[in-house]
Design a protein around this ligand. Structure first.
Ligand code: VG1
Ligand code: CO
Length: 541
């Protein structure tokens, strides 16, 4: 096989599930090839294996797809299954890996990070269960990047990614598939499309913002073609290489237009948005933003109303910074609640082991055991299925939820692009004071416990330490502090604020007011301004 000599690029952050860098970094000679070859060397796929390849359509996607195909051909894969146009949303890729019993897949995306020539790009490897590679594989990939001295690639013309069907690159069969078809079929199995269609035919209006990213074609097909939503339901529905210059992160800052549409007098009944690669969701009812943590809780409480979950849930899993709203649902249902580190890979083992059915993160990722990634449109469809059965507005559904479980006010404050030294000093200082924090009182909030979250995976006993600091106050309120692992410029500090009001308590506060004492406590405990020189977060969501 043709081999090209190379030198190591050992810069995949250990512990992260892929490579996420500026496009200009990926454009360096041999850079992406080194990473892909390190993946192939580390996973050591048997001859005859199938590889799924697709991406979110951002700038550089097409070039990288062709490179991945040429390298798969030179590394003895028998078949590459690739989405038409090089497009696959992350959950659709996860589904294809499972459905086609592929050895694994390469997903080309930097998710919610901006795209374009000056934006970000990413490659991540998913294993045969359809989920992100576990740490022992990502560590092996990283180790390989530190010593790699050659990669294998065939010389061949570009594959025509517009034509459905099979083509050949040397011995390799490249199968170009409709990126939407299998995914839409899976959604039809899980949800009562007839009930949702009837609700929409009865005048229920929705608005879906695809943020110029990968979910456009999926949402057009499922919401408009199959469920009968009117043309124009899907906005920003054509994927663009630079996401129209926007930041495809479905939160209240970057999906501001949707928010304003949903707060207007003539707002539709239901609004949603998804991110760059289609694995996240933002849910806004008419006049009410549903925090992702509350969305997870509400979906878990009513999932049994959808055909795919009629048998009930085996358990609920949430990432540590996600609010404890889902815990109260799990307690009421009498099922286990698993608290995991941030990132979807930790859920995969629980799903494989049948220990959880629904999982979610505060960053608007929700999903279930139908695939091994979070899934934006899945969450939208489960919401629609629940609303079609319960026949009430989102605001009423949430009000009833809070009356049953109490209300968890929640916000995440992000300080982006800050100096790494200041961020590290803040975290180190905080970690140094964990033992002395309990008993401290800030205004009328008393610290009950403080720790640095460590997780032991119940399925394989592997441990992950230093996953973020939890500060718990009397009454169930929390402040959680961690540094982002997905940014590409400087550091990003995330401060998560959570206040619990039990049933019969103050359930109708404005979130900002409800959380003001915790914001003040966070500054008092963390000295954010002194460490990073910022008086306010860049993004509150
Ligand atoms: C962020 C989110 C986290 C999510 C991760 C990947 O990580 O907070 O919940 O799993 O992005 O999401 P961090 O380390 O920056 O906080 V994505 O949109 O890449 O699928
Ligand atoms: Co994403």
């Amino acid at each position: 096989m043709p081999e090209i000599a190379t030198t190591p690029f050992p810069d995949q952050k250990p512990g992260t599930s892929g490579l996420r860098k500026k496009v200009t970094v990926f454009q360096q000679p041999h850079y992406a090839e080194n990473f892909i070859q390190s993946v192939f060397d580390a996973i050591d796929a048997p001859a005859g294996a199938t590889l799924v390849v697709g991406g979110d359509g951002r700038f550089h996607n097409g070039v990288m797809i062709q490179t991945a195909i040429r390298m798969a051909a030179a590394n003895s894969f028998a078949r590459v299954v690739v989405g038409q146009g090089g497009i696959l949303s992350t959950p659709a890729a996860s589904n294809l890996i499972r459905k086609r019993e592929a050895f694994g897949g390469l997903i080309l995306s930097a998710s919610h990070n901006p795209g374009g020539p000056d934006g970000d790009f990413g490659i991540k490897y998913n294993v045969g269960n359809g989920g992100p590679a576990p740490e022992k594989i990502t560590d092996a990939i990283f180790a390989r990047t530190t010593v790699i001295d050659r990669y294998r690639i065939v010389e061949a013309a570009d594959v025509d990614l517009t034509a459905l069907g099979e083509q050949r690159v040397g011995e390799l069969v490249v199968e170009v598939v409709d990126p939407v078809a299998d995914y839409a079929a899976l959604m039809e199995q899980l949800f009562d499309f007839a009930a949702i269609r009837a609700m929409i035919a009865g005048g229920f209006r929705l608005s879906f913002d695809a943020m110029h990213a990968v979910t456009g074609p999926y949402a057009h097909e499922i919401l408009e073609n199959r469920l009968g939503a009117s043309a124009g339901t899907v906005v920003n529905g054509t994927p663009q290489e630079d996401f129209g210059g926007h930041h495809p992160d479905p939160n209240l800052v970057h999906a501001r237009d949707l928010y304003e549409r949903m707060m207007a007098a003539d707002a539709p009944d239901f609004g949603a948005a998804s991110d760059g690669d289609g694995d996240r969701n933002l849910i806004i009812g008419r006049g009410i933003f549903v925090t992702p943590s509350d969305s997870l809780a509400a979906l878990a409480a009513d999932a049994h109303l959808a055909p795919g979950y009629a048998g009930g849930l085996k358990g609920i899993a949430r990432s540590m910074p996600t609010s404890q709203a889902a815990d109260r649902v799990a307690a009421k249902l009498g099922i286990p609640l698993h608290e995991t580190p941030t990132g979807w890979k930790f859920f995969g083992n629980l799903l494989d082991a049948g220990m959880a059915t629904i999982c979610g993160e505060e960053s608007a990722g929700t999903g279930s055991d139908h695939v091994r990634e979070k899934d934006g449109l899945w969450a939208v469809l489960l919401w629609l299925n629940i609303l079609a059965v319960r026949k009430m507005p989102v605001a009423q559904l949430m009000a009833e939820h809070w009356q049953t479980y109490g209300r968890t006010y929640y916000a995440r404050h992000d300080y982006e692009g800050i100096a790494t030294e200041g961020a590290d000093a803040l975290m180190a200082g905080l970690r140094g004071r964990l033992a002395t924090l309990p008993g401290e009182t800030v205004d009328d909030l008393t610290v009950e416990a403080a720790d640095d979250f460590a997780y032991t995976d119940p399925t394989d006993g592997s441990t992950s330490n230093r996953q973020g600091v939890r500060i718990r106050f009397a009454g169930g309120s929390r402040i959680v502090v961690r540094l982002s692992g997905t940014g590409t410029e400087g550091a990003t500090l995330r401060v998560y604020l959570e206040r619990y009001e039990p049933t019969g308590g103050r359930l109708d506060l404005v979130t900002g007011d409800a959380l003001a004492p915790l914001v003040a406590a966070a500054e008092a405990i963390l000295s954010i301004q002194a460490h990073i020189g910022r008086t306010a977060p860049d993004v509150i969501t």
